[in-house]
Ligand binder design. Structure first.
Ligand SMILES: [Zn+2]
Ligand SMILES: [Zn+2]
Length: 339
């Protein structure tokens, strides 16, 4: 079978490797689509702190079950599925209390363990989520980023009837906005410096947008929320200025969820955090129920995915997909590899 191996930053080789054996407690998947995300791009640049080479990428995917091990009952060949890429220990303190997404020795397929960029991939049935017939396999590959958004939204507690600001209109910020809206948020404001991304946000039903290059956050929040302000913020960029905007403008006692990956350490005005009784909460990946909730929301038609998909490339053109992402800059959201 074919396997795409990243041998070093920016270099992907196609190899022929033997089909993996399916153990009695595993399922074998025929991979159909793989989404490329910001973390993958960091690996392609050689800038991901926790990934070494060679690495087989691919952690957001859909596929069809090809074969099931003899111990497995609920899954059958021919089912369309997606799955979690997390490898966890089950024994550390976070795992024991059910927070395996922050396992002390968490490994993620596509980063610290081989990912799915190959025709067939053997995995554990516990990580598999079945896709209903109403979802396409293309949508199935986007369940993973939607799950990131579901998990982040739950970190804020119940978002129903809340006023919410989102910093960053990339795929994750966009999906957080859509998830919050589908869960009954009163109003969502989404901000970015890219008009292109804000346009996409509007075509996904996020009508209140603000471009940070020509509108301050205080003006934007006044325009959108009036004097009521907002009580929940999601930072989905990972830079100091957006975090500072949130800390300065959210209402007192508000909650900021940190989803963006901060490459550089931001300076935060902790005096304001204390004085305004703000809650700063981190969010990492997802748990199994977040995947199920993501599938449910997509199935209900509450999440618009099509505008997020910029382009498809076949597996053989994995490197070209990255060149395309570089060339497009802010005009590329989700690029998908087809197998
Ligand atoms: Zn990702
Ligand atoms: Zn653990």
């Amino acid at each position: 079978m074919r396997q795409a191996v990243m041998t070093g930053p920016g270099k992907i080789e196609m190899r022929q490797v033997p089909t993996p054996e399916t153990k009695s407690n595993e399922v074998l998947l025929r991979i159909k689509h793989i989404g490329i995300c910001g973390s993958d791009i960091h690996v392609n640049h050689g800038l991901h702190p926790f990934t070494s080479y060679p690495v087989v990428q691919g952690h957001e995917f859909s596929g069809i079950i090809e074969q099931v091990g003899s111990e497995i009952n609920e899954l059958y060949p021919g089912m369309n599925v997606t799955g979690r890429p997390q490898i966890v220990c089950g024994e550390c303190r976070p795992c024991k209390r059910g927070d395996y997404n922050i396992c002390d020795v968490l490994r993620v397929e596509g980063f610290q363990a081989p990912g799915v960029a190959q025709d067939l991939f053997a995995t554990s049935p516990q990580k598999i989520v079945a896709l209903p017939d109403s979802l396409s396999l293309e949508e199935g590959a986007l369940v993973e980023p939607v799950s990131v958004a579901v998990h982040a939204s739950q970190k804020a507690g119940d978002v129903k009837e809340k006023r919410i600001a989102i910093f960053g209109a990339g795929p994750i910020g966009n999906l957080i906005g859509q998830v919050c809206q589908s869960l009954g948020a009163e109003k969502v404001l989404i901000r970015d410096v890219s008009d292109f991304r804000l346009n996409i946000a509007r075509s996904c039903g996020l009508e209140n947008t603000s471009n940070a290059t020509n509108e301050s956050m205080s003006d934007a929040q006044l325009r959108v929320f009036g004097n009521d302000g907002y009580s929940v913020a999601f930072e989905a960029v990972g830079i100091e200025s957006t975090l500072a905007d949130g800390i300065h403008t959210i209402e007192k006692g508000g909650t900021l969820i940190i989803v963006g990956v901060f490459g550089e350490k931001p300076k935060i005005d902790m005096a304001l955090v204390g004085d305004r009784e703000l809650n700063l909460i981190g969010s990492l990946m997802y748990k199994h129920p977040d995947f199920e909730e993501a599938v449910r929301l997509i199935e209900l038609g509450k999440i618009v995915l099509a505008p997020l998909i910029t382009k498809h490339f076949p597996l053989e053109q994995y490197e070209d997909a990255y060149s395309f992402i570089e060339e497009q800059g802010d005009k590329s959201l989700k690029v998908i590899i087809d197998l």
